[in-house]
Design a protein. Sequence first.
Length: 134
Amino acid sequence: MTSVARVARAVLAALALAAPAAFGAESAPQGALLPKDSTDAAVFRGGLVFANYCVTCHGINADGNGRAARLYTPRPANLRTSDKNDDYLGLIIRKGGGAIGRSEFMPTWEAELTEEQIRDLVAYLRSINASSRS
């Protein structure tokens, strides 16, 4: 099992333990962590996508300081301070950096990720972005 898979499993286990308290024991559906169509569920799933596909370059903190970041010029974007909108984020994830005049090292993910995964990833990026909370 990879370290990312171990982290994802640990996060799922922690959420499973915390879910009744987060929702109030009486309101949480038995066995369900989050309603599938909720923003919180999309953010959670997006975090898993990020951990599996983005962390190597963008880093665990999404600050552009992943293990592979030093190999690239320009370095990966700091996603915590990005001023890009959701449509732009979805486009660069789908088409890659080179397709929109950014770094050619940002790969295209449209053949690898589903539309739901891309939407979830954008929701996750929005949730950790400092400028979207101001």
